[in-house]
Write a new protein. Structure first.
Length: 336
């Protein structure tokens, strides 16, 4: 704050301008400096032109608060790469499981998609989702996750090996695991660019990129599978309803012609139609329940809840050097 003598001196020099007391105090006040203007280590941020613009904007805006308590900022929504989400990639707690981190895939039961339907329908839909995924980062270049283009991924379909997980060991509910994997050519190129010393860091980074791609694409593939199952279940239910209804009506006609046997009841036409409809509903419900929908699980066969949320995956900073203009190895610094 300027002294009274300084204010009086300015008043005498600029009486012709009729300045107010507020303006006079502002003129005699020592100019406030940003932290980087007084830095002794040679820090350069914006230069004098940028500093003057910032000062003008600050003077036009609200005054600085004298409170030492900073306002609470609204929480940002967590993304698939937020540190809080990394914790689910730790070891599986199920007895007998050797899984070290959560690796999401879809378990698609054979009742929903048999081998022919997987080859003709599911794989085609998964590739279509992959082609349409991501955002354009340059002209003609799209990325599913930072550093990973759609053509760098493939649709991977396998039969799960029995490993003790109930989902993979149920003989009444066989199926396939479906997910997205990074192409071998991409991995080979990355390892060659990294060399021996950077190989471990590159493999860790590729694993995380693959994880991010699956967390992005699998929810859309689940949505497609749910629609596919709904259509297939409706067709099967209608077929089962019709078959059960026809069977019951045929039985009633036989009773009317040959007479009741073994405690069979002779029904009127209206009662017979109601009985046939009830039999059709039961058969339709059973047909619908036989077609089981997909489930997102880990490659170990256990759901995400079995993977403890303790220590997060450590950050690996050893990355290959990327040549300028080469986007195929533009690895992201974020983590799944």
């Amino acid at each position: 704050m300027a002294s009274f003598g300084d204010v009086a001196a300015v008043c005498l020099e600029r009486q012709q301008h009729s300045l107010s007391l507020t303006d006079l105090v502002a003129q005699t006040k020592k100019p406030e400096k940003f932290p980087w203007e007084t830095d002794d280590h040679g820090m350069w941020v914006m230069g004098p032109v940028g500093d003057s613009l910032l000062k003008k904007l600050r003077e036009r805006g609200r005054g600085r608060s004298t409170s030492s308590v900073e306002p609470e900022m609204p929480a940002r929504p967590m993304s698939p790469v937020a540190p809080a989400v990394q914790s689910r990639r730790t070891i599986c707690k199920a007895d007998g499981s050797r899984c070290q981190r959560f690796d999401p895939v879809l378990f698609v039961p054979m009742s929903m998609c048999d081998n022919m339907e997987i080859a003709n329908d599911l794989k085609a839909a998964a590739r279509k989702l992959l082609d349409d995924a991501g955002q354009e980062v340059a002209q003609g270049i799209r990325e599913v996750v930072p550093g990973l283009a759609p053509h760098d991924l493939i649709v991977d379909v396998q039969e799960p090996l029995p490993n003790g997980a109930p989902l993979f060991s149920d003989p009444d509910n066989p199926g396939h695991i479906v997910g997205y994997k990074v192409r071998k050519e991409y991995v080979a190129h990355a390892l060659k660019a990294a060399g021996v010393q950077g190989a471990k860091g590159v493999m860790t980074r590729i694993d995380r990129m693959q994880y991010m791609a699956n967390t992005t694409l699998l929810p859309e593939l689940i949505s497609w599978c749910d629609q596919y199952r709904a259509v297939k279940a409706r067709i099967a239910s209608e077929k089962a309803y019709k078959a059960a209804e026809d069977k019951e009506l045929a039985r009633q006609r036989r009773v009317h012609v040959l007479g009741p046997k073994n405690g069979e009841e002779l029904l009127s036409a209206e009662e017979g139609e109601r009985a046939a409809a009830e039999e059709g509903k039961k058969a339709a419900k059973e047909a619908d329940e036989k077609i089981i929908g997909p489930a997102e699980v880990c490659r170990c066969g256990y759901h995400e809840v079995w993977h403890e949320r303790a220590a997060a995956d450590p950050l690996m900073t050893t990355l290959p050097e990327v040549a300028q203009g080469d986007t195929s190895l533009a690895f992201s610094a974020s983590e799944p």
